[in-house]
Design a protein around this ligand. Structure first.
Ligand code: ARG
Length: 470
């Protein structure tokens, strides 16, 4: 009697035929992924429709069955979209939830959908389709961020600011030049995403559980219809490969690194001490206790997000490490880090774009900070070497003395008089006064890739061509 009732229960499981007892409830909860893989429903349905179409074309199922399957799946898609679908933990994952509902809706024809397929090739296909969409979107978001950065750099191509090494004033640069540095980083990120998408874009469907199938399927047809470049070559590799996800997460980690560097600069630049920029108010928050505050929360969050993005990458790498061929349930752990990485990186890019768009640089403060850092010291030393034939080490030493003098007199290098300078370098002439001007220093850095305003304007135009066309 007892055995009968438990048999009845287990027969209701899609895979329950050979089971005598029902799964432990805790285990059922532990085992299920529907809580998070429901996000794959569109891709799952798209893949299933194409699979069924192929089965029909190959005469593995009838035309009538295919039509029933297709309309049933479309109905399920609407139900899920409208929040009208009853997801069940008992049905484990998105694949079985949908298949089960299909059988509810269309009866026996629904039971034929899973012919010549396994959840192993199905889930690999679903994630690839999902991730491919997101990669395309993220790449577009990055392009928009580049556009905004390039537009700003054109606007401020000649605005002087301190260039730093060791976070100490080093040499004058322009604000436009500084922003274009990020355009290059993001350009590399975009090409890495495109590269990752290329390798991802092979169709696993038809690999079945791990060994392929004896049904006369047409993998090329399915691959083509789903927008893949070609079917995967090896069925065992196809169901066990998550390299594409690791690649996506490592590309995202680099994007996160780049964004966090810019975010940190925004935090520094907008601090009271620097006051180089005003962040758009809409990306800052007030303090609940200190009325004067305007905190750069968006920038701080972007600075912090690499924590979870690196964590996601490490978590998937650890899951895959030492996993024997082929599919293991371990691989169900891939989804949450993939989803979270895509969501997080997209939010970071979009918030950064908004902040850059509304960013207002405060030129006077940048120039003040620049002057305090004696940024034309290198120019002076070079001048002494080239024009007064003083060996570089001596020139370096003499320039150091000039800086001491400016410090003593509490003035900028530009405001020293020729007389003062001649006390240290008797051969100095009026040309030295020109050399000490920050404007001249910046303009002189006109080597390829340098910060001279003319170069920056040209570089911005070139970047538009390279990154923003089509
Ligand atoms: N929910 C599973 C996953 O995400 C689907 C594949 C299950 N395959 C299996 N043989 N149990 O990995």
């Amino acid at each position: 009697m007892k055995k009968n009732s438990s048999e009845k229960q287990n027969n209701s499981k899609i895979w329950g035929g050979r089971f005598l007892t029902s799964p432990n409830e805790l285990m059922e909860e532990f085992n299920s992924s529907i809580q998070f893989d429901k996000r794959l429903y569109n891709q799952d349905i798209e893949g299933s429709i194409v699979h069924a179409e192929m089965l029909c074309k190959q005469k593995i199922i009838s035309e009538t069955d295919f039509k029933l399957i297709k309309s049933g799946l479309k109905k399920i898609k609407t139900e899920i979209y409208n929040n009208n679908f009853n997801f069940s933990i008992k049905l484990e994952d998105i694949h079985m939830n949908i298949e089960n509902r299909l059988v509810d809706l269309i009866g026996d024809a629904g039971k034929k959908l899973h012919t010549a397929r396994s959840r192993n090739d199905q889930v690999a296909t679903d994630i690839k389709l999902w991730l491919r969409n997101r990669i395309d979107q993220i790449e577009l978001d990055l392009k928009l961020l580049q556009k905004t950065l390039i537009e700003k750099s054109e606007l401020y191509y000649d605005m002087l600011m301190p260039g730093y090494t060791h976070l100490q004033v080093a040499q004058p640069v322009t604000f436009g030049h500084h922003l274009l540095a990020y355009v290059e980083m993001i350009g590399r990120d975009r090409s890495r995403l495109i590269d990752c998408r290329k390798r991802l874009n092979e169709s696993p469907l038809g690999s079945a559980a791990l060994a392929g199938t004896s049904y006369p399927i047409d993998r090329d047809f399915v691959s083509h219809k789903l927008g893949f470049d070609k079917p995967t070559k090896n069925s065992m590799d196809a169901v066990s490969d998550r390299d594409f996800a690791v690649e996506f997460m490592s590309v995202s980690s680099l994007i996160a690194i780049h964004l966090s560097r810019l975010a940190e600069e925004l935090v520094i630049w907008s601090s009271d001490r620097f006051n180089f920029v005003k962040l758009p108010e809409s990306y800052t928050t007030g303090s609940s206790i200190m009325p004067q505050k305007r905190n750069p929360d968006a920038a701080e969050l972007i600075r912090a997000k690499p924590g979870r993005i690196f964590g996601n990458l490490l978590s998937l790498m650890t899951v895959l490490k030492s996993l024997p061929m082929t599919y293991g349930k371990d691989m169900q752990e891939d989804k949450e880090p993939i989803f979270d990485t895509a969501d997080t990186i997209e939010m970071c890019i979009m918030n950064m774009e908004g902040m850059i768009k509304g960013l207002e640089p405060i030129s006077n403060n940048m120039i003040d900070a620049l002057q305090k850092g004696f940024p034309t010291a290198t120019d002076l030393a070079d001048y002494l070497v080239i024009n007064l034939e003083i060996p570089f080490r001596d020139a370096h030493h003499l320039t150091g003395k000039i800086i001491l003098l400016a410090e003593e007199e509490n003035c900028t290098l530009e405001s020293l008089s020729l007389k003062d300078i001649q006390k240290i370098i008797p051969a100095a002439d009026y040309k030295i006064l020109e050399i000490l001007k920050i404007q001249n220093s910046v303009s002189s850095r006109n080597s390829y890739g340098g910060t001279a305003p003319k170069n920056v304007l040209k570089a911005a135009k070139e970047a538009k061509q390279r990154f923003l066309k089509d």
